[in-house]
Each structure stands twice: as C-alpha cells, then as structure tokens.
Design a protein around this ligand. Structure first.
Ligand code: ATP
Ligand code: MG
Length: 563
C-alpha cells in the first residue's frame, strides 16, 4: 500500500463535531451558529487560523452560519488598522461571514441595560474597593473570600451609584460594578467578578459615548446570546470561566443559551503566538512589521508565500483536541511544500554563483532553449531560456576533489545542464588564494534538450543561468525566528527575546533566468533544486523582483517519519 500524503484516510470526527451531531439529532438545535471573535488589538496569527478554520469550517459542514465579531470592548488597545487586517486575513484564508459581521461595541447599550437588570434583581452591586483591596478580599484556593462593604447595599443605592459611574462622576478605578454570586465559591471566578469598570478613553467605534465598559467575562456570553450563537468555541484556559458564563445567561434568562466548548490552543515549535509578544517584536523593531515573512501572522505567512490552502490543510491535520500540545513547525512547512509542488512553475536561479565556461561552445552564440514550466503539469506550458558559452552555476555543484557518489561537476565527470546539454568538466581556474573562480567544461552538441542519442546516461542534472542574460535580484532566505523549540517552556526570569535567532534572515544576491524578472508581486515559483519562493509584495519594483524563500525543497519532516 502506498502512503501517498495526497490521499489520506478520512479524519475521525472530533469531539466538537460529535457534540453538534448529538445536538442536531436530539433537536436541541436545528441550525448551527458559531462565531470567530477576535479582539482587534493585533494581527491574526496561525493560532487564530486554527480557530477560524474550526468555526467557519463547522458552519460550512453543518450548513449554518459563522459570525465574524470584533470583540472590541476594551477602548484603549484597539485600532481600526487591526479591524481591517482581520477582515482581510479571514477572507484570504477562504472564509466568508456573509452579512454576519458584528461588533461587540454595538451592544454596549444593551449590555448596560442588562447590567441594570442585574442590579434590579439584586444580582449586582457597585463596589468601591481598590484593586489591591479587591484582590485581598477575593481570597484564594484555600481561603474563602471576604464580602465587600457595599455588597448588601440596596437596589436603589446601586442603581444610583451605577448611574453616577455611567455619567462619569467617578475617576477611573474608584468604582466598579460586580456580579453578586458567592464569595466562598471554590471557583474564584464566581467570587463576585467585576462586570463593569470605568475607562475614560475614546473608543474607535463609540467615541466618547461611554466611560464605563463591560469586562470580557460579562460581555462575551451576552454577545453570544444576542447573536443566537449555538456553540461558543474557545480555548482551554476559559474552562474555569464557564460557570460564570452559564450563571449570567441563566440569571438574565436570555432566549438563546449558547454552549461554551473549550479546545486546545495551537502551539508551534520555535514560535511565539502571544499577541503581546508579537506586538513587542514589531514595536521594538526586531522584525520589519506585522507582515514580516518571519512572523507567524497570517499577513507574514502570506508575504512569505504560504497559500491559504496549505494553512487550511495544516489546521485540518493538527486536529481538534482537549489537550494542550506543541505542533511541529515542520508540519506547516510540509503542508505548504506539498501544495506548492503541485501548483508552482519551475524556474532556474543560482543563489551562490560561480562561472562555468564551455570551452568548445562558439564564442558569441546564443541559443533559446525551451524549458517546461512544470514537468508535473504539462498544461503549465513552456518558456524560453537563453544559453551561451559562459554560464553561472551553484558553487556547490563543483568539487575539484569529489567524494564517491558525487554526481555533479568534478574533472572528468559528465552532467546534464537542465534543458540544455551534457557537459563534461575539464578543469578549474583558481585565484592566488586558491579559491575556485571558474569551472571549465566541454559540451556534446548532440545532447541538446538534455538527452544523449547514443543512450549515454549521466547521474547528475544541475541548473544554470546564462551569465550575460541573467538578472541580478535580491533573495531573502529565512530561518526560524526563535532558537528554542518550546517557547512556552522558559525559566521564570528568562527573557523570551534572548531566544531570538540572530540568523533568521539572510539577504543574498542571486542570478536568475530572464523570465523571472517579469513576475508580478505575490507570484509563487519553485527555483529548481533550491526551494519555493514568492515575489515580495512590498519591496519589489517593476522588473526588479525581490524573492522571499517560502520553504526549502527538502522535506526534512518526511525523512523523519520515514526513518
Ligand atoms: P491573547 O494572545 O492576547 O491572549 P487571543 O489570542 O485570545 O489574545 P483573541 O483576539 O481574543 O486573541 O482571539 C480570537 C479567537 O482566536 C479566540 O476565540 C481565541 O480562542 C482564538 N485563538 C487565539 N489564539 C489561539 C491559538 N493559539 N490557538 C487556537 N485558537 C486561538
Ligand atoms: Mg482573547
């Protein structure tokens, strides 16, 4: 049996699919409504992609809806730039929210009215303890909490006090609204959590309309309920928040009662996925921006040359579980390599050039050779590549004294020049320091196109460009951004920045066949034998492409599993 990765066995249904299957079978729901609720305080990253593929994917599978909701309840950290980038990235990944675009800030009025309802029910009160006092009063896992002095004030007093908060009559931090639940609960999130706080800041959507803002734990269940979400999927750390989620919706007796379901967040080797850290990388100029091709952001991966299909495939392969784990970044690279192998046209580019002179080739002659664009896909057509007496090849494709099984150029050995001729190496020329400066060979005119009429075989095929016709381009080679495999496993006093890989970017000048100069920004290609590259969308100019290496050709992951 072949284990061809293009025809994998169908994946077993994961636990969330099973929950939904049961809810539809029992009639609990007739239509599935999920949501992807990013806070617009940064760019989306590959971890978000996991959540996007899950939520939009479930809506697709069950013919329901998935809402895109900006969770913009915090006025100080959010920006319109992020809102725009989030929409662009979700669309780029291949998903569509149709008319279901929402903003948590659109519900401020309703959330505020619900807070008043809680006060009227005797389920919320205004508290004047300072942050430190509140922490002290909350107790801990062993010690029960202590009641706030205002916990038992009357409904009328609380309504008046909340009204004062809302009008801006208190300074920030001087008063909060808290849910009245249970100060002795074993779950500290039920010890009268804060649900509204004062923030005298302008909000990018509601301006200065509000100076009280709902806390995340209060806002999120309400957003879900207002929108009629059926399955509210979040990451595992919210499991302990679920009792409050359920308490709030039950107490307010909302018509929709979404179910919160937690799954394990994505962690990847040699990568950080915390928005705070990614923001610091940008602000401290350790990378060139959110879309730096080394960033795990969707905009970075896009600029690097990743395809949406490869990211979706990766998210499918890693699966959905309840256990936190660390996924190998090689899996992501494998996914993009697999996709690009099928779709990208091949070209020749020499990244570390050395001259190859064909001594018996006529001086001044130029031939236009035909090269296939994708040997795996005849419909990709062909192109013309100029050939002449002086070529450039990779320095590593010549060795003066070669080990056994070296099938490339070494004196006396014959190789195929891709799409060209058989050439036999004769000698090399060195400078005074002993460095090879030129390799010399002779060609066999009868082998044009790359085959010998007498059936003579060669074991090596190398790529080349014509020195006189080659374009000179900037090529950016990327390596992992961090040196440590598990970036979540740092000592308490260890600064994560010390793990930055100083060699994560190498800029070189490459020599490329002329056809590559005409490519448009964003085009993805394979440089034969060296990797997949993408024309940079920011720094390329007309006929001066800059190439970003998406991934090398060698599939180190496949080798590992083959062992
Ligand atoms: P922070 O990094 O500041 O904790 P966040 O990653 O939770 O923020 P949000 O904008 O709140 O950022 O995330 C939007 C959605 O994406 C949430 O539903 C969250 O659960 C999900 N998400 C975020 N990071 C990951 C991850 N690494 N793996 C899977 N899902 C994630
Ligand atoms: Mg969050």
């Amino acid at each position: 049996m072949s284990d061809d990765s293009s025809s994998p066995a169908p994946l077993p249904r994961h636990f969330i699919q099973q929950i939904i299957d049961a809810d539809l079978a029992s009639g609990k729901h007739s239509k599935v409504v999920t949501r992807f609720p990013p806070e617009p305080n940064g760019y989306l990253h590959i971890g978000h992609a996991k959540s996007i593929c899950l939520n939009f994917g479930l809506a697709q599978e069950f013919k329901g809806n998935c809402h895109l909701r900006m969770d913009d309840t915090n006025p100080t950290k959010e920006e319109v730039e992020y809102v725009d980038s989030i929409q662009e990235d979700v669309r780029w990944l291949g998903f569509d929210w149709h008319e279901h675009y929402y903003q948590a800030s659109d519900y401020f009025e309703r959330m505020h009215a619900d807070a008043i309802r809680l006060i009227q029910m005797g389920k919320a009160y205004v508290c004047y303890l300072s942050t430190e006092q509140m922490r002290e009063y909350r107790g801990d896992l062993i010690k029960p909490g202590k009641e706030s002095p205002t916990r038992n004030s009357s409904v009328a007093e609380n309504l008046a006090a909340f009204e004062k908060m809302t009008r801006g009559e208190f300074d920030e931090g001087k008063a909060v609204l808290r849910a009245k639940i249970d100060m002795a609960s074993p779950n500290v999130h039920l010890r009268d959590p804060v649900i509204y706080r004062i923030r005298k800041a302008e909000h990018h959507n509601t301006g200065n309309r509000w100076c009280v803002y709902p806390m995340y734990d209060y806002a999120h269940p309400l957003e879900d309920a207002y929108e009629g979400i059926t399955h509210s999927i979040c990451t595992l750390e919210f499991e302990v928040h679920r009792p409050f989620y359920d308490w709030l919706l039950k107490t307010l007796d909302t018509s929709a009662k979404p179910q919160q379901i937690e799954f394990a967040r994505l962690n990847i080797t040699y990568t950080v996925l915390s928005k705070r850290k990614l923001l610091e990388l940008v602000q401290e100029k350790r990378v060139q921006g959110w879309d730096d091709p080394r960033m795990p952001t969707l905009s970075g991966l896009r600029r690097r040359g990743y395809t949406p299909a490869s990211i979706r495939k990766f998210c499918e392969v890693i699966g959905v579980t309840k256990f936190n784990s660390l996924s190998d970044v090689a899996l992501l690279e494998h996914a993009v390599r697999d996709d690009l192998n099928k779709t990208s046209p091949r070209f020749m580019a020499v990244l570390d050039p050395i001259k190859l002179v064909i001594d018996n080739y006529p001086e001044g002659q130029v031939e236009q050779l035909e090269a296939q664009n994708n040997p795996e896909d005849p419909s990709a057509g062909s192109r013309i590549v100029p050939f002449s007496k002086t070529l450039l090849i990779e320095r590593e494709d010549f060795q003066e004294v070669a080990p056994k099984k070296y099938f490339r150029l070494t004196p006396g050995q014959e190789v195929r020049l891709r799409w060209g001729y058989y050439v036999k190496c004769t000698h090399c020329v060195k400078d005074s320091a002993g460095n090879v400066t030129e390799v010399h060979c002779t060609y066999d005119p009868a082998t044009k196109g790359g085959d010998s009429p007498d059936g003579r075989k060669v074991k090596g095929t190398i790529h080349w460009v014509s020195a006189e016709h080659a374009g000179d381009v900037e090529v950016r080679l990327y390596d992992r951004l961090f040196l440590k495999e598990d970036m979540n496993d740092l000592a308490d006093d260890e600064d994560w920045r010390t793990q930055l890989n100083p060699q994560s970017l190498t800029v070189i000048r490459g020599k490329v066949e002329p056809a590559l100069l005409q490519l448009k920004p964003g085009t993805r290609v394979q440089f034969e034998r060296t990797g997949y590259f993408c024309v940079d969308t920011k720094d390329s100019t007309v006929n001066r492409p800059v190439f970003n290496r998406t991934v090398t050709l060698k599939d180190s992951w496949a080798k590992q599993v083959a062992k």
